[in-house]
Design a protein around this ligand. Structure first.
Ligand SMILES: Nc1ncnc2c1ncn2[C@@H]1O[C@H](COP(=O)(O)OP(=O)(O)O)[C@@H](O)[C@H]1O
Ligand SMILES: O=C(O)C1=C[C@@H](OP(=O)(O)O)[C@@H](O)[C@H](O)C1
Ligand SMILES: [Mg+2]
Length: 181
């Protein structure tokens, strides 16, 4: 297996599989895995939902931006970001400048099914999580696309197959870049 060079950053809505696919991609490519939510939880000692409760979303976004600014400076990492990481222009710039950005997509049905039992996503603790996901999609899809080098549809895709295919795609991309330089 040829080595994949550089950093890989996963973006997309809640339930797209950023954490799951990111961890698997890191394992397969021998890179170090980070997740911006886990890093925030490590630094604060509390869960994401607790930060939203006590400090509110804006302060969570401040913490998220600080974590992203630190992590993008590392080498040979896979970073799963939180779904809202693309909201701030400084985060989009940091991600675009320091690695290959992979946008994981899925339809709303799959996103709903994958997030419905998890209480650690405060934005979905609402009477109508489907409507919330739809409005987040409308707001964020252009932002994910703005910085994406690769867009991957994860709807009804088995995680292992998805990661193998993604790895092949990244290798192809790398070969193309190498042949141009
Ligand atoms: N391609 C997939 N097919 C089926 N289930 C998936 C897929 N990707 C992720 N999941 C499941 O969906 C849930 C949310 O995934 P997660 O990686 O936490 O998403 P994100 O970090 O993008 O919010 C997890 O239970 C995970 O096992
Ligand atoms: O979409 C969002 O704004 C959020 C997504 C979550 O991460 P995942 O996308 O990994 O679920 C987490 O950062 C927080 O609950 C806010
Ligand atoms: Mg996640």
């Amino acid at each position: 297996m040829e080595n994949l060079a550089g950093n890989f950053f996963l973006v997309g809505l809640m339930g797209a599989g950023k954490t799951t696919v990111g961890r698997a991609l890191a394992r397969r490519s021998g890179k170090t895995f980070y997740d911006s939510d886990h890093e925030i939880e490590r630094r604060t000692g509390v869960k994401v939902a607790t930060i939203f409760d006590i400090e509110g979303e804006t302060r969570f976004r401040d913490r998220e931006s600080a974590v992203i600014a630190d992590l993008v400076r590392l080498n040979d990492i896979v970073l799963a970001t939180g779904g809202g990481a693309v909201l701030r222009p400084q985060n989009r710039e940091a991600l675009r400048a320091h690695g290959t950005v992979i946008y994981l997509r899925a339809n709303i049905e799959d996103l709903l099914a994958r997030t419905q039992h998890d209480k650690n996503r405060p934005l979905l603790q609402t009477a109508n999580p489907r409507a919330k996901l739809e409005s987040l999609f409308a707001e964020r899809d252009p932002l994910y696309r703005e910085i994406a080098d690769i867009v991957v549809d994860t709807t009804q895709q088995n995680v292992n197959l998805l990661v193998s295919r993604l790895e092949q795609q990244l290798q192809k991309r790398q070969r193309r870049t190498e042949s141009l330089s």
